[in-house]
Design a protein around this ligand. Structure first.
Ligand code: XLS
Ligand code: CA
Ligand code: CA
Length: 437
């Protein structure tokens, strides 16, 4: 049975097409800088937003029209797997991501939950073998259930900690079964409401303790996906420990986790932290920790996580530039952690929204590749810092020949003659715009 009988496999038709179920820019096999678009972009569909989101908001009930509901929760879960793989195949997307609770009902007990996960992942494995579609990452949802109200790894209750550990263990077993390439930790409630009753150090020590158990268990079962921590500054916790890329790197380094952990960076989380997405990618890249990305966008007029499909070509171009400079994103990928707006409630919107996101990333890739080929940013940067290697004093500082006293003598002799160059930044931005059309 088909859930989208009226839509064929989406094809590249070029930008003149009027067919909404066609790619206008994403051409999977087109070669850009020596690799196909498909190899560069490694798109993934997120199970939670695509299969379980109902369109409700704090002011309105569920609205999304979905045809996969069955007579029981388990029947619905199985129908979802069928529909999900139909979406992946029709889009030509080769990867996917999920939380444990997205794919299987929690049941009445931990035993029932685990058994449900076994049954559904058996089904997913059959679909993966049939289609060649791969698991980019899975994760454990340790933030929705009331038991995680005070965190999972950072909880004040060791029994909750044990429950979280059981979920993570199962997540790793599933990762092994489905050959997951990465495994994500997003600490939705790993943070605090108030410092009045919080021991920050104790809580973060315990999160790191859990991560070390993870590394040991992965070694034991002989399956080591790339572990990723996903920063976010707030929501649902008022303050989350993994605030942004730099804060999360401090955590990773403090606890000696560099060898096993990198970052999964989300565009909307960057903006919530008061950063651009490219800032977060640059920080990660410079630490050698750019693992994977959650591709979405926020709304600058709103202060929360709107998880919109990415449609802003400038932002995506700058993000893709960081990915190209990183030498690619593999074994990570570009996961559409994005949901359709409440007004896009039809089934077909799930396809249209992904097509929009994929076309935007294809345009971003093409523009970023051209910027790289032209040496656009390299030229600006080498020009901006030219004086360092172009003057005796610059070279002398860089080769550590100077100290405060020698530089003081230099400043007394030359300091008042400093002549700065304008950055012509408006002109630069205008030239950058030329790459976006
Ligand atoms: C929520 C996060 C979440 C993670 C996976 O804001 O983006 O969906 O990506 O737990
Ligand atoms: Ca995310
Ligand atoms: Ca998000």
């Amino acid at each position: 049975m088909s859930y989208f009988p009226q839509v064929e496999k989406i094809q590249f038709e070029g930008k003149e097409t009027r067919n909404p179920f066609a790619f206008r820019h994403y051409n999977a096999e087109e070669v850009v800088l020596g690799k196909t678009m498909k190899e560069h972009l490694r798109f993934a569909v997120a199970y939670w937003h695509t299969m379980t989101q109902d369109g409700s908001d704090p002011f309105g009930m569920a609205i999304n029209e979905r045809s996969w509901f069955g007579k029981s929760e388990m029947e619905t879960a199985k129908n979802r797997v069928e529909a999900f793989f139909e979406i992946l195949e029709k889009l030509g997307v080769e990867y996917f991501c999920f939380h444990d609770v997205d794919i299987a009902p929690a049941g009445e007990s931990i035993e029932e939950f685990m058994a449900n996960l076994d049954e559904i992942t058996d089904l997913i494995k059959v679909k993966m073998d049939e289609t060649g579609i791969k698991l980019l990452w899975n994760t454990a949802n340790m933030f929705s259930h009331p038991r995680f109200n005070n965190g999972a790894g950072s909880t004040n209750d060791p029994e909750v900690y044990a429950y979280a550990a059981a979920q993570v263990k199962k997540g790793l077993d599933i990762s092994k079964k489905l050959n997951g390439q990465n495994y994500v930790f997003w600490g939705g409630r790993e943070g605090y409401e108030t410092l009045l009753n919080t021991d920050m150090k104790f809580e973060q020590d315990n999160i790191a303790r859990l991560f070390k158990m993870v590394i040991r268990y992965a070694g034991k079962i002989g399956h080591k996906p790339q572990f990723l921590i996903e920063p976010k500054p707030k929501e649902p916790s008022k303050h989350q420990y993994d605030f942004d890329a730099a804060t999360t790197m401090a955590f990773i380094k403090t606890y000696g986790l560099e060898g096993d952990f990198k970052l999964n960076l989300e565009a909307n989380h960057a903006t919530l932290a008061g950063h651009t997405f490219e800032h977060e990618l640059r920080v990660a890249r410079e630490y050698g920790a750019l693992g994977s990305i959650d591709a979405n966008q926020g709304d600058m007029l709103l202060g929360w996580d709107t998880d919109e499909f990415p449609t802003n070509v400038l932002d995506v171009t700058l993000a893709m530039y960081e990915i190209l400079e990183n030498g690619g994103i593999a074994p990570g990928g570009i996961n559409f952690d994005a949901k359709v707006r409440r007004s896009s409630f039809e089934m077909e919107d799930l396809l249209l929204a992904h097509i929009a996101g994929m076309d935007t990333f294809a345009r971003g890739l093409q523009a970023a590749a051209k910027l790289k080929e032209d040496g656009f940013f390299n030229e600006l940067i080498s020009d901006r810092y030219a004086k360092w290697n172009g003057t005796e004093i610059g070279k002398s500082i860089l080769s550590d020949q100077e100290d405060l006293e020698s530089l003081t003598r230099y400043a007394y002799a030359h300091g008042d003659g400093v002549k700065l160059k304008s950055s012509h930044i408006e002109h630069v931005k205008s030239r950058l715009n030329d790459y976006l059309v």
